[in-house]
Design a protein around this ligand. Structure first.
Ligand code: XIL
Length: 377
């Protein structure tokens, strides 16, 4: 059977359109589809994108990702700003967007020392809460937040950043007031609030040997206490020179051994100079702005783009190699314009940390990551 050339051209065209957004004449592949047999591909969605949706950003999310984490809107200070007031508006919209687009939703986060209002830890202004009071506050919060989205949010970062880099427990108000067993209560309450949700422990700098060992001890202890931990989250806020692939690999192996699964929960690679006083990804840190710390205001030079692409590809080769224990890889932001690196740890910088640029166009790093999905190891 012969086809009329115009009919054939139209068929080809509609096939290209069906593949998703096209840049110029090139159809753009989908990360979610390319990695579908390996792990989920997630994106952190900013509050702005939920309260003020942008059709182009929504289309990109739909095409590229099959999981989403709210970047801020489920954090305590946003969802539960005052003792007797919850603000579920943005979270409800996030959950509806996830449902419409068939995304696996991750709740971030229930118990953390940052972005948590002072009232949580006080019985009256300036008066510390007692252990019993704080446990009640924690339980009510978890029941109300995780309970509200039971069956809709598939997994929770139950506790975020409980460890110091040396593997000991961070001296957070949670620990100071409740004691070392606060994590057991958090996991227990989360399981009660939504028995079907997956429960995660999440932290940064998990490639550090001492922190990795601390996380293994922590999860072992939680399990001994009868808690379920379904995966350990490695945030994975990386730089161009650190960490080494071998450190990351050792942690994937050790953490998967402890919990069964690992999730890469907040991946980004910062190409900007690292201020000397900053380590890890504690949101409480900051450094003064200077032109030296903001070298790529007018765009990332081609050589740096290529270096970033190669570094992303290197991590994805590692993830592919360990795909049997990796549940999900989530990028911390949709595009460079929305990356938290524009404001942290130095305000007002021009970040280039993600796979899509400020106009939502895929960068060389996108192609490099996509290619790893079909490479033979
Ligand atoms: C960051 C957000 O991206 C910023 O918008 C916000 O101002 C501060 O928090 N580790 C985490 C995330 O677990 O919640 C942090 O997100 C980045 C570091």
């Amino acid at each position: 059977m012969t086809h009329h050339p115009v009919t054939t051209a139209l068929a080809v065209l509609s096939a290209l359109v069906a593949c998703g957004p096209a840049i110029g004449d090139e159809p753009v592949g989908s990360l979610a589809k390319a990695f579908a047999g390996k792990y989920r591909i997630g994106v952190a969605i900013s509050t702005g994108l939920v309260t003020n949706p942008r059709p182009a950003a929504d289309a990109l999310i739909r095409h590229q990702f099959n999981s989403a984490t709210p970047e801020n809107l489920l954090k305590w200070e946003n969802v539960h700003p005052d003792k007797d007031r919850y603000d579920f508006g943005p979270a409800d919209r996030f959950v509806a967007f996830g449902k419409e687009n068939d995304l696996f939703l991750v709740g971030h986060t229930l118990v953390w020392h940052s972005q948590t209002p002072a009232w949580v830890f006080e019985s009256a202004p300036g008066v510390p809460a007692t252990r019993e009071q704080l446990l009640t506050t924690m339980r009510d919060h978890i029941y109300n937040v995780a309970g509200r989205y039971a069956g809709q949010i598939g997994g929770w970062d139950v506790v975020n950043e409980a460890l110091n880099d040396d593997g000991t427990l961070r001296d957070s108000p949670w620990r100071r007031i409740i004691g070392d067993d606060y994590l057991e209560f958090a996991f227990k309450y989360a399981q009660e609030a939504d028995p079907a949700a997956e429960l995660y422990y999440n932290d940064y700098s998990m490639h550090l040997a001492a922190k990795r060992d601390g996380a293994v001890r922590l999860v072992d202890k939680l399990k001994q206490a009868g808690c379920r931990v379904d995966a350990i989250g490695m945030q994975s806020h990386y730089g161009m020179g650190h960490p080494q692939a071998s450190e990351v690999e050792a942690s994937i192996e050790a953490l998967a051994e402890a919990a069964g699964k690992v999730a890469i929960t907040e991946l980004d690679i910062n190409v900007l100079p690292w201020p000397s006083n900053i380590a890890g990804a504690d949101v409480g840190q900051s450094a003064a702005a200077s032109p030296r710390l903001n070298p790529y205001r007018d765009g990332l030079p081609a050589a740096k783009q290529a270096e970033l692409a190669e570094r992303y590809a290197m991590f994805f080769r590692l993830y592919n190699h360990h795909a049997d224990v990796i549940d999900r890889v989530t990028f911390w932001g949709l595009d460079d314009g929305r990356s938290w690196h524009n404001g942290w740890p130095v305000r007002g910088r021009t970040a280039h940390s993600l796979l899509f640029d400020r106009s939502l166009a895929p960068k060389p790093a996108f192609d490099a990551v996509l290619r790893t999905a079909t490479e033979t190891p």
